[in-house]
Design a protein. Sequence first.
Length: 137
Amino acid sequence: MNAFSIALVDFDGTLVATHPAVAECLRQTLSEAREEVPLNKELFAVIARGVPLADAFRLLSPGLTSKQIEECVRRYRVLYPQIDIARSVLYEGVQSSLSRLQTMGICTVVLSNKGYPSDQNPSGPGLANRGRSGGYR
């Protein structure tokens, strides 16, 4: 018998390396807004803070107005699904770890703060695309 019946697992940065996709999307969004695009070091520092998207734009480009930040957030959300497909990858060992949990009868719940179901994106690094469509929620 297992000590646990449910495992809660974070998608972003735990199962899937999403930082490169987030950085590229921030870069493209700021470029389209004709803002100076920070160096990778600055982008990754803001990403590591885990702040909400509007706050990330505020930190990366302090001169943006509230209306411009709203537009950047909107544009980011339009761009992100395709960038996610191209830039995010499953970490090594994820499939075998999730399979082991399933074999042990542990329900695995995958959590994410994304604004869309990235974990189910059929073209991207999502779990459903990697043969993990069952055994997790």
